[in-house]
Design a protein around this ligand. Structure first.
Ligand SMILES: [Zn+2]
Length: 213
């Protein structure tokens, strides 16, 4: 599997294009906006976009989903159903943050912990990691030792939990009990900012380092 990070929206959200090297079939994770930039990346890489995968339904992650799906005939998979209220609230989120008009949608498939999603010959594991939002999921590709963690974990920080139905203790548990056991060597792409590894965060992250556990 290959990937390319495409920062989108005024929040510089790490939308990520993933593709299967054998088939050139691709999925885009969290197309929050700036669809022209995403489509340009798809064209430059010469891949065939098949589906949209969503970690959670905050506007900077999910805001472009409906328009992109309709325009390119893509399916939308994720997040977990706990984020349905955030999808219904996309127009309000858009107003609040000054984003362009946004369409509400219903995912073609809600995801659950233990599910898998695939494109071409690539299969990603789905890990439900609530706390930042109740329906947040992480996509994990064991063969690449790579996880796309959305707004669960960042280099040196963790996701906000002051939004409706956010919960700090739940988020910490998601990170420590579901992500860190995948292994120190796992690289992760966060929803914002630079990549890191679970091992580096266990060492130095002021919110979830082992020594604060
Ligand atoms: Zn978020």
């Amino acid at each position: 599997m290959k990937y390319r990070i495409i920062p989108v929206t005024p929040f510089q959200q790490n939308c990520t294009l993933l593709w299967c090297e054998q088939t050139r079939k691709a999925a885009v994770v969290d197309p929050g906006g700036d669809l022209a930039r995403i489509k340009a990346a798809v064209a430059e890489e010469g891949v065939q976009l098949e589906k949209i995968l969503l970690t959670h339904a905050h506007i900077d992650h999910a805001g472009g989903s409906a328009a992109l799906a309709r325009e390119l005939g893509l399916t939308i998979e994720g997040p977990e159903r706990g984020d349905e209220f955030w999808i219904e609230g996309l127009p309000k989120q858009s107003q609040m943050f000054g984003f362009p008009d946004v369409e509400v949608f219903t995912p073609d498939r809600w995801l659950d912990d233990g599910d898998s999603v695939s494109f071409g010959e690539v299969t990603l594991e789905v890990i439900h990691c609530p706390g930042h939002t109740p329906g947040h999921v992480v996509f994990y590709h064991p063969e690449s030792a790579l996880a796309l963690v959305g707004d669960v974990l960042f280099q040196g920080s963790i996701g906000r939990t002051d939004f409706p139905r956010g919960d700090h203790a739940t988020l910490i548990r998601s990170i420590r009990e579901k992500l860190f056991p995948l292994g120190d060597a796992i690289d992760f792409i966060p929803g914002h900012g630079p990549m890191s590894t679970f091992g580096a965060e266990r060492q130095a992250n002021p919110f979830v380092a082992d020594r604060f556990g």
